[in-house]
Design a protein around this ligand. Structure first.
Ligand code: AMP
Ligand code: ZN
Length: 115
């Protein structure tokens, strides 16, 4: 677990975060710079840098991230109206923290294509 990884440090409670969900494998917390009324980051507790580093054995973990996003959207009352889920991968797509995280954005209208 890289000691210089921001999200590993949040998982390890070395840095505070506004946590909205936790289990043995997954942590979800509010984005510090929210881009929508709901902007939650869902991360695996185990460090994986990006989607490019996923292995076949990670399939269940990826499913847990996605299903947790849907569950939080349901709890927030934004599931029916619609929400967006995003994995940014590498710098050209805007990834700034190299520990996989699924953005859950909702509570406002979304536009397509994204910037
Ligand atoms: P990305 O650009 O896809 O790598 O997303 C990284 C996200 O992490 C951005 O939306 C940041 O606002 C968010 N972020 C950075 N530092 C923190 C922090 N300490 N707590 C919560 N979210 C953070
Ligand atoms: Zn990490």
């Amino acid at each position: 677990m890289p000691s210089d990884c921001l999200f590993c440090r949040i998982v390890n409670r070395e840095i505070p975060a506004s946590i909205v969900y936790e289990d043995d494998r997954v942590l979800a917390f509010n984005d510090i710079d929210p881009q929508a009324p709901t902007h939650v980051l869902i991360v695996p507790k185990r460090h994986v840098a990006s989607l490019n580093d996923l292995q076949p054995g990670d399939d269940a973990m990826v499913g847990e991230l996605v299903r947790r996003a849907a569950a939080i959207a349901g709890e927030r009352g934004i599931a029916a109206g619609g929400y967006r889920t995003v994995f940014n991968t590498n710098r050209g797509a805007g990834q700034t923290v190299f520990h996989i995280h699924l953005h859950l954005l909702g509570g406002r209208s979304m536009h397509w294509p994204p910037g």
